[in-house]
Design a protein around this ligand. Structure first.
Ligand code: HEM
Length: 447
C-alpha cells in the first residue's frame, strides 16, 4: 500500500527557503503518514527533498525536520527551547519539567532527580518491589498460553508505575479508570462539552492532581506510605524552597505518563524479538539459568549482559520516542542551513537510532554490538532517551525493570518447558507517534 499522503497536494513549496513535504491533508497535514508510516515518510522526504524539510503536524503546525546528525546537538543547545511541547499538549504536559527551560527546568529537575538515580532506586527498594509483580504477570502468561502482547505489557507497566508511586491496592481500579481518561487528552478534539473526551480528560487530570496533593501531604505528615513520592517530597523540600507544590504535582503526573507507554512498547518489542529469533531466546535462557534469580539491585545488572543488550538493541531498532519537538530562540546554523529564530523544530530520534551514519548494519538486530563493546555507553548509544538537560529521568529505572522482566520471563517459561512464539504478523498496525509501538493485535503464544 502507498503511504497515507494526499494525492491532490503535489506542489513543491518553500518556507524560509526550506522545502515543504508535499502530500499534506487539510487539518491533519502529514499526521496520518507520521503516525502509521514515519520511517518511509522520512526516507521519501530525504530522497526527494534532502536533509531539511517541513512536515505538517496538523493542529500543531509545521515543524522543520532535520536528518543531518547536527540536529542531535539541538538537544543541548542553549538557544533551543522546550516550551513548544507545552503548546502541543497543554492539558496533559502543562507545567511539567519536560516543557521548561534554563534555571526553572534545572530547579524542578534537581528537586526530584535523586530518587531516579541508581542509589535512590536502591534505597527505596524498587527492585524488590517490582520483582513479585513481574513474576506474577509472567506466570499468568504461562498459564494462559497466549497473550495479546501490547495490552498485557501496558497493564504490567501500569501496575509497576502505580506501585512505584505507592498507590494503595484498593484504589487501583479508580486510578486505572482516571488514567485511561487522562490519556484521551492526547487525541481529544478541541470541543469542551460535557461527556466529550476533553472535558472528561481534564476532570481526570484534576482528580489525579488532587490525589497527588494528598500524597504529598501524607508524605510530609510521615503517614505510612512507601514508594518514590516520599523520597521525591523530602528531596524537593530540601531543595532551595523557591518551588511551589504545583511543580511537584505536575511532575508526579508527568512521571505517571512518561514511563508507561514508552516502557510497555519496549517490553512488547522485546518479547516479539525473542519470539522471532530462537537463538536470542536460547542465549537469554542460558543467562537466566546462570544467574538463577531475578536481579533486584543495580549492582546485579552487570551479571545480565545478554538481557541488557536485548534492552538496548530493542530500543535501538524500535525507539519508543520517535520525535522530539523544540523551538529555535535565535537564528541557528543547522548542517548547511541557517534556521531563523522562532522556527519550530522536529528532532527525529527514530531516524538517528537506525541511521547508517551512526551504526554499522543498522537494520540488523545484533546483540553483539553491545556484548562485544569495550568502551562505556556514550550519549549517542542511548539517544532513544534524548540527550542534554532533558535526558530521560527514567533511564535507570527502565533499564532495571526491563532486565528484571527478561530474566523473569526466561526463568518462568524455561521451568515450564515452553518458549515464546509469534502467532501473527508484525508489519501491520505499527504506530510511530505520539509514542511508537507495535500493533495492539500481535499475539504471542507460550508453548
Ligand atoms: C523505554 C522507555 C523510555 C523512553 C524511550 C523514554 C524517552 C524519553 C525521552 C526521549 C525524553 C526526552 C524528551 C525531550 O528531550 O523533550 C524523556 C524525558 C523524560 N522521561 Fe523518559 N523515557 C522512557 C521511560 C521513562 C520512565 C520509566 C520514566 C519515569 C517513570 C521517564 C521519565 C521521564 C521524565 C521525567 C522526562 C523529562 C525529563 C526532563 O525534561 O528533564 N521516562 N524520556
Amino acid at each position: 500500500m502507498d503511504m497515507l499522503l494526499n494525492p491532490l497536494n503535489r506542489w513543491h513549496r518553500l518556507r524560509d527557503d526550506i522545502p515543504v513535504m508535499p502530500g499534506a491533508f487539510p487539518l491533519v497535514g502529514h499526521l496520518p503518514a507520521i503516525v502509521c508510516d514515519l520511517p518511509r515518510l522520512l526516507r521519501r522526504a530525504e530522497r526527494t527533498l534532502g536533509s531539511h524539510f517541513w512536515l505538517d503536524f496538523g493542529p500543531a503546525g509545521h515543524l522543520m525536520t532535520c536528518l543531518d546528525p547536527d540536529a542531535l546537538a539541538l538537544l543541548r543547545h542553549k538557544e533551543v527551547s522546550s516550551a513548544l511541547i507545552e503548546e502541543m499538549a497543554p492539558d496533559i504536559l502543562g507545567g511539567t519539567l519536560v516543557t521548561l527551560d534554563g534555571s526553572a527546568h534545572r530547579q524542578a529537575r534537581d528537586g526530584i532527580k535523586a530518587a531516579f538515580l541508581p542509589r535512590g532506586l536502591t534505597e527505596a527498594g524498587i527492585g524488590e518491589l517490582f520483582e513479585p509483580i513481574i513474576r506474577a504477570q509472567v506466570r499468568a502468561w504461562r498459564d494462559r498460553g497466549e497473550v495479546a502482547i501490547l495490552p498485557d505489557t501496558r497493564n504490567l507497566m501500569l501496575k509497576l508505575t502505580f506501585s512505584l508511586m505507592g498507590i494503595p491496592a484498593q484504589d487501583l481500579s479508580e486510578w486505572h479508570r482516571k488514567y485511561r481518561q487522562l490519556l484521551h487528552l492526547m487525541v481529544a478534539p478541541p470541543i469542551d462539552l460535557p461527556g466529550m473526551p476533553l472535558r472528561r480528560g481534564r476532570a481526570a487530570r484534576d482528580w489525579i492532581d488532587a490525589q497527588s496533593r494528598q500524597f504529598i501531604r501524607d508524605a510530609r505528615a510521615r503517614a505510612a506510605r512507601t514508594g518514590l513520592i516520599n523520597d521525591m517530597v523530602s528531596a524537593f523540600d530540601r531543595s532551595d524552597g523557591a518551588l511551589s507544590d504545583d511543580v511537584l504535582v505536575a511532575n508526579i503526573r508527568l512521571l505517571l505518563l512518561a514511563g508507561h507507554e514508552t516502557s510497555a512498547s519496549t517490553m512488547a518489542w522485546m518479547v516479539i524479538e525473542l519470539a522471532q529469533q530462537p537463538e536470542l531466546w536460547d542465549a537469554l535462557v542460558e543467562e537466566a539459568q546462570r544467574v538463577g534469580a531475578v536481579p533486584t539491585g543495580h549492582e546485579d545488572l552487570a551479571q545480565c549482559p545478554v538481557a541488557e543488550a536485548l534492552f538496548r538493541e530493542t530500543l535501538r531498532m524500535h525507539p519508543a520516542s520517535s520525535l522530539v519537538p523544540r523551538r529555535a530562540m535565535q537564528e541557528l546554523q543547522l548542517g548547511q542551513r541557517r534556521i531563523p529564530a522562532g522556527t519550530h523544530l522536529c528532532i527525529p530520534l527514530l531516524h538517528f537510532s537506525t541511521s547508517a551514519l551512526l551504526h554499522e548494519a543498522p537494520d540488523q538486530f545484533r546483540l553483539g554490538r553491545w556484548l562485544q563493546r569495550t568502551e562505556p555507553i556514550r550519549p549517542v548509544d542511548m539517544l532513544q532517551f534524548g540527550a542534554g538537560p532533558h535526558v530521560c529521568m527514567g533511564y535507570h529505572l527502565v533499564w532495571l525493570e526491563l532486565v528484571q522482566f527478561s530474566i523473569a520471563l526466561a526463568l518462568t517459561m524455561q521451568e515450564a518447558g515452553v518458549r515464546p512464539r509469534l502467532m501473527s504478523g508484525v508489519d501491520n498496525g505499527r504506530r510511530y507517534y505520539p509514542t511508537a509501538h507495535p500493533s495492539m493485535t500481535i499475539r504471542i503464544g507460550f508453548s
